[in-house]
Design a protein around this ligand. Sequence first.
Ligand code: AMP
Length: 305
Amino acid sequence: MSLIVVGSVAYDGVETPHGKVDRMLGGAATYISLAASYFTKVGIVAVVGDDFAKEDTDLLAGHGVDLEGLERVPGKTFFWAGKYTPDMNDRETLQTDLNVFADFNPKLPASYRNAPYLLMGNIQPRLQAGVRSQMKKVRLAGGDTMNFWIKDFREELLATIRGWDFLLINDGEARMLSGHDNLRKAASTILGMGPHTLVIKRGEYGAMLFRQNSYFTVPGYLLETVFDPTGAGDCFAGGFIGYLAQQGFDLEKDHISRGELSRAVIYGSVMGSFCCEQFGVERFRTLKRAEIDARFEEFRTFTSF
Ligand code: AMP
């Protein structure tokens, strides 16, 4: 196993201007794992209920995702429903039924504990810290969080991210976490909290990578139609860490160059863009690595000057 992904595996109900699906496979760990699976061998740590369908485990397994860490317990799988605004830059959460996710206490199988890369999806910071401490040989660890944890679990969150190499959050969360509206100031404050690398995701407007004394910004890929942005941020994270895992970085030995991190941001953007092309995880049923690399090259063409 190369990359361990921890987070939610869910059923989602989603409504966008292009349609409505009442129940489909979702969850942050699902999207991260599917996206990262194009780059590296992934093991997933999550919990589902006894209603979780075989065709859904088959999709993950079909992408080579190891399921030993996918715990199945009696009860219902986490359910989330949301509705997007007409421009799809915002969404309203309509329903969150934690179900079996309420008692999620991630336990890593022995075969996962020596993996070199770790990505923690948006879950309670104390659980993220518990996962980090179960992994003894991590070369690169980081993850995501959300406004709820920033607002109501601030001290726990700060203690957790102190041990991370990278943090991936959106612009609103960066402002909230840092207390600065200006993103450059926000980034500088967050880089003082522990992570040496910060990625601020900005939805359709792209992403920014910050390190001490340097930054890199990338526009969003201009899709002709955005069907469903659900999971795009998670797919960005999967592409970002997946690419770095594929390159085999070891921070103890190697200096991660600005160039490699920038390429990781581009692969993140590419995976986020594919995610939006169809509802839910549908695009990953047909997506091929060659399409990913072609879009990566397209990014190079339209951003060079
Ligand atoms: P994104 O659009 O990248 O923010 O990811 C959306 C995914 O996150 C959906 O598939 C949801 O199932 C999942 N999700 C929504 N709310 C939560 C939550 N509170 N905790 C964990 N996962 C969530």
